[in-house]
Design a protein around this ligand. Structure first.
Ligand code: E4P
Length: 216
């Protein structure tokens, strides 16, 4: 499974990329707002750091507007893919963009049927939002499992990005289900690295090394 970083924060992206575990980045307008950065310049900078798929979301609500914005965003860098919210206009835009050779990430997916429609329209990626489903008492990961099963049944090539990830368990469950990608906030990534026994183990080894007078 691949891990993408779910942020527009350049410092976080540089740090996570230096760990060697990040192959892409997803952004959305809320993440852009949090990063307080110029939209197009920020996407350009992210692409230069990551050198892998970077999602940038359209703001228009009609297919024509989405296609115009997608064309502009895709000109920023070859790695940019276009986040399009699921919906009738979104499907029309995905169909056209797919014919134009522009990669898309169909976002705000909350059901397996929405994912199926997005894939049939030609989406490169579909992004089910597990955390937001959990928040309303649904089982977000079950939607991911359903989507994976449907895509396997019909050899659908669209890749599943598990989004709205809130904790390390979401990432583990996504991996067990066989999702292609999980897009993870930096704070969750930090939690994934840590374990109390690891910290304790290092402390003990260093104490013993000191006692033994070890030098390298
Ligand atoms: C990524 O593609 C999504 O936009 C993001 O994961 C949404 O996360 P949130 O539900 O925490 O806002």
């Amino acid at each position: 499974m691949k891990l993408f970083l779910d942020t527009a924060n350049i410092k976080e992206i540089r740090e996570a990329v230096s760990w060697g575990i990040i192959s892409g980045v997803t952004t959305n307008p809320s993440l852009m707002e949090r990063a307080k950065a110029d939209y197009k310049n920020s996407i350009k900078e992210i692409c230069e750091i990551v050198k892998g798929p970077v999602s940038a979301e359209v703001l228009a609500r009609d297919a024509e507007g989405m296609i115009k914005e997608a064309t502009k965003l895709s000109e920023i860098d070859e790695h940019v893919n276009i986040k399009i919210p699921i919906g009738k206009e979104g499907l029309k835009a995905i169909k056209e963009l797919s014919a134009m050779g522009i990669k898309t990430n169909c976002t705000l997916i909350f059901s397996a049927n929405q994912a199926l429609l997005a894939a049939l329209a030609g989406a490169t990626y579909v992004s089910p939002f597990v955390g937001r489903l959990d928040d309303i008492g649904n089982d977000g990961m079950q939607i991911v499992a359903d989507i994976m099963q449907i895509f396997r049944n019909y050899c659908i090539e669209s890749q599943v990005i598990v989004a709205s990830v809130r904790h390390p368990e979401h990432v583990k469950e996504a991996a067990l289900i066989g999702a292609d990608i999980a897009t993870v906030p930096f704070a969750v990534l930090e939690k994934m690295v840590q374990h109390a026994l690891t910290d304790k183990g290092i402390e003990r080894f260093l104490e013993d090394a000191k006692k033994a007078g070890l030098k390298i």
